[in-house]
Write a protein that binds this ligand. Structure first.
Ligand SMILES: [Mg+2]
Length: 407
């Protein structure tokens, strides 16, 4: 029987070829991303993304404890570190703690791939496809004329887009508020693109059933978050009213969180966010759970290049993967100022090229991207010195002053 290690944070499991974690750093970069850099004693650097939009400081607070605990642990023991970070504490789950674990987990997978000289998809069992289908965003937070944007994405190689279904809505709003949605879907479909509709949790029950019904003749790719998470019974009743696939999952953070939706039979597509739902390790497990319910995986990723690369690594090796979000020219990126977009912080952007609606197999070791560290450090320094402010969630109110759902 092995001896129980002493001290508050024993250095985990070790073996003869251990490469301990030397440092764990976090970097805030515009438009709204939190990157994680882990370096080992042998000098291998792995990158992760722990972006939790609007809550950067909270996630960085969670990293105080992760850094204290895991520096000195063998970087190769990803699962042991994941289990320790998740279970060896009284409080577990939730967006803040899970986003921090996500960033660390992704960086450790990057390190393992670089150490062994293979892409992450090789470590997860090898590829099951040569390309990953992706979709981009059009229309912004308050969609108006989407046709020009849809045409631009089509010209750039996309075959599918997503847009917000509606602007802000009251619990019960005029049915006229839905007419614009139908018109926009018709416009996008008219140029041959598939379109997913994100209800964004903005639509409450009285209008959600109307909108789902009204969209049905136009065959959207899916409707996303038709109601707020936590309402699986209400979503299930909606599920029975429409043939349009229902997607959900960006605000679920663990296997335990997705389980009631799977068991209720109220979704067709699960959308965990690799930067929020425990990283590559947990999203892989969620995908396997989903497969047993015949549910597809479509990673949520309105985030940065590290999260996107992690999603693609999963996509290349996950049988029930169908499509991944890609934040190229997303309104959050363009509205943040400074010209920062998906490709800003990587020096091999061609790996994300989109052709025929998909991205080709990432061949590089680890995540397959080269992070421009100098650029990341330069941008983070602006945040630390106060010349760049952290991104915050908009607060929406209706004409009567009452608060409305933004996200
Ligand atoms: Mg969404």
């Amino acid at each position: 029987m092995s001896q129980i290690p002493s001290g508050p944070y024993p250095k985990g499991l070790t073996h003869s070829t251990s490469d301990p974690i030397r440092s764990i750093e976090t970097f805030y970069v515009r438009p709204r991303w939190l990157f994680v850099r882990v370096e080992t004693e042998k000098g291998i650097v792995g990158w992760g993304e722990a972006t939790l939009e609007g809550h950067t400081e909270a996630v960085e607070g969670a990293f105080v404890e992760l850094r204290e605990r895991f520096v000195g642990w063998d970087s190769a023991n990803i699962e042991d570190i994941w289990q320790t970070a998740y279970r060896a504490r009284f409080y577990r789950g939730g967006p803040v703690l899970m986003s921090a674990i996500s960033g660390l987990d992704i960086a450790l997978w990057d390190i393992k791939g670089k150490t062994l000289g293979v892409p992450i998809w090789q470590l997860l069992g090898g590829k099951v496809r040569n390309r990953c289908k992706v979709y981009s965003w059009i229309g912004g937070d308050k969609p108006s004329d989407v046709l020009a944007e849809a045409q631009a994405r089509k010209d750039e190689g996309f075959t599918a887009v997503k847009m917000n279904a509606v602007e802000s809505l009251d619990w019960l709003d005029s049915p006229r508020a839905l007419e614009g949605t139908i018109e926009r879907v018709k416009q996008v479909k008219s140029i041959g693109l598939d379109v997913g509709l994100d209800f964004h949790g903005r639509v409450h029950r009285p209008l959600a059933k109307q909108l789902a019904k009204a969209l049905e003749p136009y065959n959207p790719l899916f409707i996303e978050e038709p109601l707020l998470p936590g309402q699986q019974e209400e979503i299930k009743s909606l599920y029975g009213m429409t043939s349009v696939p229902i997607a959900l999952g960006e605000r679920l953070f663990t296997r335990q969180d997705v389980r009631p939706y799977f068991e209720a039979g109220c979704i067709d597509i699960v959308q965990p966010d690799v930067a929020h739902a425990g990283g590559i390790s947990e999203v892989r497990r969620i995908a396997s759970m989903a497969e047993t319910y015949d549910i597809a995986l479509a990673p949520h990723c309105p985030l940065g290049p590290i999260a996107f690369a992690a999603c693609l690594q999963l996509g290349f090796t996950t049988p029930n993967f169908v499509i991944c979000e890609m934040s190229w020219k997303m309104h959050y990126n363009t509205e943040a100022g400074g010209g920062h977009d998906l490709l800003t912080y990587i020096s091999n952007p061609s790996v994300f090229s989109v052709h025929d609606g998909s991205v080709a197999l990432l061949e590089g070791n680890g995540l397959g991207i080269e992070v421009d560290e100098a650029r990341v450090r330069e941008e983070d320094a602006k945040f630390r010195e106060g010349s760049v402010e952290a991104w915050r969630n908009p607060v929406w109110r209706g004409p009567d002053g009452g608060i409305r759902e933004w996200l």
